[in-house]
Design a protein around this ligand. Structure first.
Ligand code: FAD
Length: 493
């Protein structure tokens, strides 16, 4: 083995950085590897809002998480560890990472500024939703990689070996199955890094792997909002080492679409507050277009369902085209791979994207229909029925909020096909409250830990900021736990 460490962390996102910092500060020798080269490391954390939720108390957070999981319960010790650790994130970011942290304006803040309720919890009807106290972020602002920058600076201030452009390929196990290292590949070839304390999987989700997306999320294609390089590598390594899996059917999807030349997708419908409708593959209107949606789930006919879960055609008119970008540009929402890494600036009136052919345009609905492959008569009838609902102020078909019912006017008309864009997957190697990866019999695989997108805590519903919170919380837990194991192994030698 060429390099030795107590803890080897795979992945330079929020979870990996938190694990590396915490393991180092506990006294461990730490190596962190990321498969991407400098400037592209950081996965979804790089292009995220970077905001984390902070609960009012561990007790209320636990109640809320239990409610969010609903019929898909998560073990109580995991809930307790998550709740307790989440209450510590802001202090950890300030004191250990050294970041300037503030409440993101427009989110609820009871802790600092009184009782202003500007953005309510996404599931206010659930018990425990009073735990929501708004979002915290570096600099009190969303996006622009501020969180990753702060975490990377904290790594750099420490004696932590960071190897970018270094892909983890396989875990190395001894005869008893204990994980003792990891095989990595970089420009110089393949080598093994020994880990006396353990390996922390922080490789993000599988949203960029088409086979896993098909198998587990039942979607035909991959369409990522974040890094297209989160391809389930950690999942495969963990499975090969004997891990059980959990939450594999859970995801956070939003409306999006892919265009030629871009590996990731564009968040679509940002300016769609009112004048538009969705039609199905045949041209029929088929859903309430604007249900109250949390992060990936909405309450549909009394049950929490994945929304969006299938592709639909969005149809709108000239007024909506001129109402603002269909996909937010950096000035509006500085998040997402195409916005922050590719640097794409969507035009304010969508004219550039119409010109490119990304948005279809036709003078009449009859002419628009073939451009999206739907039946012209059904499309015309769907718009007529939708417009009648707008005139009546009542959507008898799908119960859309009357305040959003704005009729489509005269042509020209526009359309694009909106697919469920997997912002991130939620499932991965099953782990316990110590971030230890479990085998199918519930026993920890010695020396293997997981945190963040590779294995989130969330079995079903989740609120804003909970994913960064989860990555930072279980990253810290994994770092401490693996460091303790490594240091005691070293002291025995
Ligand atoms: C557009 C967008 C906005 C978001 N905004 C928010 C928000 O505001 N709040 C919130 O809570 N959540 C948000 N999320 C979700 C959140 O970003 C993620 O859940 C979180 O960043 C996951 O962190 P992570 O460290 O687990 O994974 P990532 O940040 O995805 O990092 C994984 C890392 O592992 C590396 N890697 C993968 N495979 C290998 C391998 N084989 N070897 C070595 N390295 C490997 C990748 O290159 C990457 O650097 C957002 C997500 C997106 C896409």
């Amino acid at each position: 083995m060429d390099v030795a460490a107590d803890v080897v962390v795979l992945g330079h996102g929020a979870a990996g950085c938190a694990a590396a910092i915490e393991a180092h500060d506990a006294g461990a020798r730490v190596v962190l590897v990321d498969k991407m080269p400098a400037g592209l490391e950081g996965g979804n954390t790089r292009v995220s809002g970077g905001a984390w939720w902070e609960p009012s108390s561990a007790g209320r957070a636990a109640v809320y998480l239990r409610s969010l999981c609903g019929e898909r319960p998560v073990p109580e010790p995991v809930i307790a560890a998550w709740a307790e650790e989440c209450t510590r994130t802001t202090a950890w970011m300030r004191e250990v990472v050294g970041a300037d942290v503030a409440v993101v304006p427009g989110t609820l803040d009871r802790g600092i500024a009184g009782t202003v309720v500007e953005v309510p919890p996404e599931f206010p009807e659930l018990e425990g939703s009073d735990a929501v106290t708004g979002w915290r972020a570096v600099g009190g602002a969303l996006g622009r990689s501020r969180l990753l920058t702060a975490l990377a600076a904290a790594l750099a201030r420490r004696d932590i070996t960071v190897l970018l452009g270094t892909r983890a390929e396989r875990l190395v196990q001894d005869a008893e199955g204990t994980v003792v290292g990891v095989q990595v590949t970089d420009d110089d070839g393949t080598r093994t890094i020994r880990a006396t304390g353990g390996v922390v999987l922080a490789t993000g989700g599988f949203e960029g792997d088409v086979r896993m997306v098909r198998d587990y999320l039942r979607l035909p294609q991959t369409l990522t909002w974040g890094s297209p390089h989160n391809t389930g590598d950690g999942h495969r390594m963990a499975q090969k080492a004997g891990a059980d899996l959990w939450h594999m059917d859970n995801m956070t999807s939003i409306e999006g679409f892919g265009v030629p030349g871009f590996e990731s997708g564009f968040y679509a419908r940002f300016s769609f507050r009112k004048g538009f409708l969705y039609v199905d593959a045949d041209g029929r209107r088929c859903v309430d277009e604007l249900p109250r949606t949390g992060h990936g789930q909405a309450r549909v006919h009394g049950a929490y369902e994945h929304v969006p879960a299938r592709s639909l055609h969005a149809v709108f008119d000239e007024e909506t085209r001129l109402a603002g970008p269909i996909s937010p540009n950096a000035a509006m929402l500085p998040v997402g791979w195409n916005v922050l890494v590719e640097g794409y600036e969507w035009s304010w009136d969508n004219s550039v994207e119409v010109e490119k052919g990304w948005l279809h345009r036709a003078d009449t609905l009859e002419d628009l229909a073939p451009l999206i492959g739907v039946d012209p008569e059904l499309l015309v009838a769907s718009v007529a029925r939708y417009n009648a609902a707008c005139a009546a102020g009542f959507d008898e078909q799908f119960g859309r909020d009357p305040s959003t019912l704005v009729a489509l006017g005269a042509g020209p008309y526009y359309a694009f096909t909106s697919a469920p864009m997997v912002a991130w997957s939620n499932g991965g190697p099953r782990r316990n409250e110590h971030a230890e990866v479990l085998d199918p019999f519930g026993d920890p695989i010695p020396g293997l830990y997981a945190a963040g997108g590779v294995s989130t805590t969330y079995s079903w519903c989740k609120d804003g900021g909970m994913h960064i919170a989860d990555a930072l919380a279980f990253g810290r837990i994994a770092g401490r736990r693996s460091a303790g194991r490594g240091i005691s192994a070293r002291s025995r030698d």
